[in-house]
Design a protein around this ligand. Structure first.
Ligand code: ZN
Length: 224
């Protein structure tokens, strides 16, 4: 599974011949790509409507590529009204199989204007990814680990708006992924933090989970 970190909470996953964008804030200050540079996509997932999670960019990508836009019902309906053809209007707990990629919408504890904040569990043939969105820690993350056998967890660590390093490390111990990727840090002054501190804490609390710290623009083939 090839993962590219596009800064903040934005990722591109390439696996099993599919291209998936997560919270593609390509207008962000550090984004290594623009919407114009996206030629191909199959699915765009948006966790909530805050501007730093790429709703507008996801709409543009879906319009130009024909990709599916998936989000909570009210936000996905907004995308449909904005002209996106392929839309799935999930709600918490629901799943959809999009040509072999099973996307499940899960809760997150945060705020937003439209619908509710969410995370995603994405089941591909080559592995299962959990993107937590913006959230504080909650104990039900343990259920996600128990039920979905998560290979890769993408967790916010920047504090202020989301989990801190301390909470994200504890969350890792609840989810028990093979690999954990920190996100949502160092984009703004209030979320400045050192991902190496996260690495240190996880290696102490969850030594079986490998911390993958990405530089923005890095692509890695994560072996599972
Ligand atoms: Zn947010």
């Amino acid at each position: 599974m090839e993962i590219t970190y596009l800064g903040h909470s934005a990722f591109k996953i390439e696996a099993d011949g599919k291209i998936i964008f997560l919270d593609p804030w390509l207008g962000g200050p550090a984004s290594p790509m623009t919407v114009d540079s996206v030629d191909d996509a199959d699915i765009c997932l948006v966790t909530h409507d805050h501007g730093d999670h790429g709703y507008s960019e996801a709409v543009e990508i879906c319009k130009k590529t024909g990709a599916y836009f998936v989000a909570i019902n009210e936000l996905a309906l907004k995308a449909k009204s904005a002209g996106v053809e392929n839309v799935h209007t999930l709600n918490i707990g629901g799943s959809i199989d999009i040509n072999g990629v099973v996307v499940t919408l899960v809760q997150a504890f945060h705020s937003c204007k439209i619908g509710s904040p969410t995370g995603f569990i994405i089941q591909l043939d080559s592995g299962t990814v959990y993107h937590a969105g913006d959230t504080g820690i909650f104990y039900d993350m343990k259920l996600f680990g128990d039920m979905y056998d998560i290979d890769i967890a993408m967790l916010p660590i920047g504090s202020y708006y989301t989990m801190s390093i301390k909470q994200a490390s504890k969350a890792t111990s609840l989810i028990r992924p093979k690999a954990v990727i920190p996100m949502h840090y160092n984009t703004f002054p209030v979320i400045e933090t050192d991902p190496e501190e996260f690495r240190k804490l996880v290696s102490k609390e969850s030594p079986e989970s490998k911390v993958e710290v990405f530089d923005i623009g890095d692509t890695r083939d994560i072996a599972l």
